[in-house]
Structure formats: structure tokens, C-alpha cells
Design a protein around this ligand. Structure first.
Ligand code: HSE
Length: 296
């Protein structure tokens, strides 16, 4: 039996659309072993597909097929803490679990690079899958087949405080609202900020983050799909956040906060309640530098 811990992820980081992502200390757990047939259970009562359509199962089966190994079936036990369709990488966590679990069960025939490539081929973009596998902050270019990536560990006391609504937003819907073409000036606006984000995070120049998370490729369009998001940005900055951006495709809003800003989460909760937004959860996390790893 292989036991895995898989981190949540936050993709895009504002301007780095489909290119930047980082792993966070909020985890799913998956136990996986070979068996006859498909046996899937959820240890926390979360509603998950328990047949062969299950994303972890499907992904693992694909890996066996790619490696030309006989596939009998799997027993999969999931603990799904990462909420689904909120912009925190729940699908990537399942894909990563299936890939890593199957690879380990077969004695690791695939390299880490091959796992990163496969995860992006399955998901379509690398900015959640690569950090889920690798941890840290990952810069990735997916050329349709291969991911060209760099993982950097981040040593910071910064808090990543997610404000997570009680409604879902499917990635397909959040991508469908984006324009097919953008002005050249918008591209420049974003690429300069995406580069600024990772360099500022890694060198501790946190005062740049507010500028770095601004973008013209996706957030202005997606804000319309997330009621109250603009108010949440306002209260985050009023309470001293370095940066606030739509996490992945949304609808969660991620805020980046100094460790000395002790009461930020409490102030956010108070403000949300005052606005009647009781369904939004405030959850504190840190950067995870390990990525998907086996546990005892
Ligand atoms: N970069 C992706 C998007 C992340 O924003 O659509 C979601 O998988």
C-alpha cells in the first residue's frame, strides 16, 4: 500500500497565466494499492466517483497502459481536504496522486520529468500540476507535449491566506469567458508582472507583489463570475495584504500577507461577516516546498 500526501496549489499568481504556480500546505491524502477490480472509498465522506471514472483511478490506469504493464485494478482510499472547483488545484491533486501512485506501485519506471509532462498532458496546462508534483514555486512552459520547468524552493514566513467561497466555478467556464485575442500592450503588461512576481517573492521584495499580481489576461474577465470578489480585494488591501489575486481559475481569492500581520485572518472574517458573506471561508496556509510525497 502506497500512502501519498498531495498539496493544494495556487496557479497563475496573478499575471503568470498558465505559467506560474505554487504549492501550499493544505493536503489531500491518498492510499493506493493493486487489487482485482475497482475499489474506491472516501475516508471523509466527500462525494467522489467510486467507479472507473474516478480521476485518480483513470490516471493510474493510463500510466499502467503507457508503461505496458498488466492492470488488474486498484484500491484507492481518498481524503479530500482540498475543496473542488475552487481554484486550489483539486483536479491536479487527483491527477498527481494517480500518476505518482501508479509509478511507485510499478517500481518507478517513469522519471520525474515524464510525470510532469504526463500531468500537463492530462490537465491541459502545467501551472497547477507541476507545483502539485514538485512543490515550491514552479515556472513552466508547456509546448503541447513537454513541460520546460524550473522549481524553486521558497524560504519565507509569508502567509498565503485563501478566501474560499461556498460555490464552485468550473475551469472550463472560467476559460470560456476569456477573449481569443488581446492587445500587444496587455501582453507586455502581463509578462513584465509575471517575471516580477517570482523574482520579488524569491528575493523578499514583497512591496512589489501588489503590482506583480495585477493582470489583463484573465482576472478582469473572471471577476464578473465571482460575486463580491472586488470587495474582497479591497478589504484584503485595507488590512495590509501585500497582494491579492484570483487563485487559479477561481473562485477562491488568494492573499499574501506578512507573518507580522497577526490579525489579518480575523479581520477578514469580521469584514466578510459584516458584508453578510458568511459562506466564504478564510484559510491560512504556507508554501509547501516538498510537493507530492509518500508518508508512513
Ligand atoms: N491557468 C489555469 C487557468 C489554471 O487559469 O485557467 C486552472 O487550471
Amino acid at each position: 500500500m502506497i500512502k501519498l500526501r498531495i498539496p493544494a496549489t495556487s496557479a497563475n499568481l496573478g499575471a503568470g497565466f498558465d505559467a506560474l504556480g505554487l504549492a501550499l500546505s493544505y493536503y489531500n491524502y491518498v492510499n493506493i494499492e493493486e487489487s482485482d477490480g475497482c475499489h474506491i472509498s472516501s475516508s471523509d465522506g466527500a462525494e467522489i466517483p467510486t467507479d472507473e471514472s474516478n480521476l485518480i483511478y483513470r490516471t493510474a490506469k493510463t500510466v499502467y497502459e503507457i508503461c505496458g504493464r498488466p492492470f488488474r485494478g486498484l484500491t484507492v482510499e481518498q481524503t479530500n481536504n482540498i475543496p473542488m472547483a475552487r481554484g486550489l488545484g483539486s483536479s491536479s491533486a487527483c491527477i498527481t496522486a494517480g500518476l505518482t501512485g501508479a509509478n511507485m506501485l510499478m517500481g518507478n519506471p517513469l522519471s520525474l520529468d515524464e510525470l510532469v509532462d504526463l500531468s500537463a498532458q492530462i490537465e491541459g496546462h502545467p501551472d497547477n500540476t507541476a507545483p502539485a508534483l514538485l512543490g515550491g514555486i514552479v515556472t513552466a512552459v508547456f509546448d503541447g507535449k513537454k513541460v520546460h520547468w524550473v522549481k524553486q524552493e521558497v524560504f519565507t514566513t509569508l502567509k498565503f491566506i485563501a478566501v474560499i467561497p461556498d460555490f464552485e466555478l468550473k475551469t472550463e467556464k472560467a476559460r470560456a469567458c476569456l477573449p481569443k485575442e488581446i492587445p500587444h500592450s496587455d501582453a507586455v503588461y502581463n509578462l513584465s508582472r509575471a517575471a516580477l512576481f517570482s523574482t520579488s517573492l524569491l528575493t523578499g521584495k514583497y512591496e512589489n507583489l501588489r503590482t506583480a499580481v495585477d493582470d489583463k489576461l484573465h482576472q478582469p474577465y473572471r471577476l464578473k463570475l465571482i460575486p463580491n470578489a472586488e470587495d474582497i480585494f479591497d478589504i484584503a488591501y485595507t488590512n495590509g495584504a501585500y497582494g491579492a489575486y484570483i487563485s487559479g481559475a477561481g473562485p477562491a481569492i488568494m492573499t499574501i500577507v506578512d507573518s507580522q500581520n497577526c490579525f489579518f485572518a480575523g479581520k477578514m472574517r469580521f469584514a466578510l461577516d459584516n458584508m453578510g458573506l458568511h459562506g466564504w471561508e478564510v484559510r491560512e496556509m504556507h508554501i509547501d516546498n516538498e510537493g507530492t510525497c509518500p508518508i508512513n
